[in-house]
Design a protein around this ligand. Structure first.
Ligand SMILES: *Cc1c(COP(=O)(O)O)cnc(C)c1O
Length: 398
């Protein structure tokens, strides 16, 4: 007999939990795509999308997942045969680099492993050595969803400037837009890619490429192809009406509702702060469980942890057993140890991830922590006490 009846909770790092309000906003017949409400709603998304990224630059909307946004960003700025630096701090920075390579772009990968953020000094050295200016862009993630590290976007910008290098600075915020603070203009980010299914709480299917004037210049002379060209897709007159094909009708309504919740009701600053507190609650629970040499957060330096996702290491094989237990008995789905060896390998099955992006509250946070606590007890896995107590203290103090 199982206790697992009632609502389930998806706690993987994307797609994230979709609010009822977003689901309901999408529950409607297909609208007229040529005139009327849909056009107005589409127009209304753009200022809010810019607010979320803290930019006055342009944003192109694609019917695509994050991989589509990755490809779009590169097609508009880098020609095959040109060179980019790829910063790898987990799985996703490297993944963007693999995609670039597949497009015929030459990549210099700076790999910082699975446990730490990028070292700006190393980036500066590589850029300084490029005396001929062959490097056209620096690609990095803000949060890597595999390692759960948060890179210092400002420090990397400073490294590019210190080297006196002209490369475009391109940042992937797919995991953490709306969760980790991000200021595109203030931080001089030239291109930013995002998608709607993580912090933005909408079903997967919309990709965003933000770009500033410098990146717009880089677009000249490139051949991104009809679908990926960001010029028409960022132009209201040409695009919002016709979308280069059928508009993603229901995603538009869903995203409208999600942005209302984040930008107009909660407020972006408050949204970032909520994510920070919830992430800290998870961290303090993990710390309590891991007293001694047990479970621990993948990123030792607390200041480098993302507010969107936590990657946790357990004893051999324990993470996989816990994931299975909470899914079958608690109705909670935790993320797999992505990027840590092949699925099923020793390193893989001793890691799990918790997605805490977007639609999250105290009940959900304590529910996941409590469910993991039950799993540890049910499976007789050695652990420290007081995880719920530690987490509730953090949440109560918000
Ligand atoms: C999820 C994610 C991606 C990939 O997005 P898809 O929509 O799955 O293609 C890329 N980068 C980061 C940082 C992500 O979290």
């Amino acid at each position: 007999m199982s206790l697992n009846h009632g609502r389930t909770q998806l706690a993987i790092p994307g797609p994230s939990v979709i609010p009822e309000r977003v689901l309901l906003a999408m529950h409607r017949p297909s609208p007229n795509i040529y005139e009327g409400e849909l056009i107005e709603v589409t127009h209304s998304l753009v200022p809010d999308l810019k607010t979320v990224a803290q930019t006055k630059g342009d944003v192109a909307i694609y019917i695509a997942n994050g991989h589509g946004a990755w490809e779009a960003a590169l097609r508009n700025t880098i020609a095959p045969g040109e060179k980019v630096v790829v910063i790898a701090t987990g799985r996703f920075g490297a993944g963007w680099g693999d995609l670039a390579k597949d497009m015929g772009i030459e990549t210099i990968v700076l790999d910082f492993g699975m446990h730490s953020d990028a070292d700006p000094q190393k980036l500066e050295e590589v850029l300084r050595a490029d005396t001929k200016g062959e490097i056209k862009a620096v690609l990095t993630v803000q949060t890597d969803t595999a390692s759960s590290v948060r890179n210092d976007v400002v420090a990397l910008r400073k490294a590019i400037d210190a080297a006196g290098h002209d490369a475009l600075y391109m940042v992937d915020c797919i995991a953490c837009l709306g969760c980790d603070a991000f200021h595109m203009d203030e931080w001089s980010v030239d291109v930013m890619v995002a998608a709607c299914q993580k912090g933005l709480m909408t079903p997967a299917g919309l990709g965003f490429v933000y770009f500033n004037d410098k990146a717009a210049q880089a677009r000249n002379g490139k051949q991104p192809g009809f679908y990926f060209d960001w010029v028409p897709r960022a132009d209201p007159e040409m695009y919002y009406q016709f979308f280069g094909g059928t508009a993603p009708t229901h995603h538009i309504y869903g995203l409208r509702e999600a942005l209302d919740m984040m930008v107009h009701e909660e407020g972006l600053e408050a949204c970032w702060k909520r994510h920070e507190t919830i992430a800290r609650a998870y961290c303090s629970a993990v710390e309590a469980w891991g007293e001694g040499d047990g479970m621990h957060h993948n990123i030792a330096d607390k200041t480098k942890r993302s507010n969107a996702v936590s990657t946790i290491t357990t004893g051999p094989g324990e993470a996989a057993k816990m994931r299975k237990w909470v899914e079958e008995n608690a109705g909670v789905t935790l993320g797999i140890g992505l990027g840590f060896g092949a699925p099923g390998s020793v390193e893989f099955v001793r890691r799990f991830r918790i997605g805490h992006m977007g639609h999250q509250n105290i009940a959900m946070t304590m529910g996941v922590i409590g469910s993991i606590d039950c799993a540890l007890k049910a499976l007789n896995i050695k652990h420290g006490d007081g995880a719920l107590d530690a987490a509730s203290k953090v949440l109560a103090a918000h």
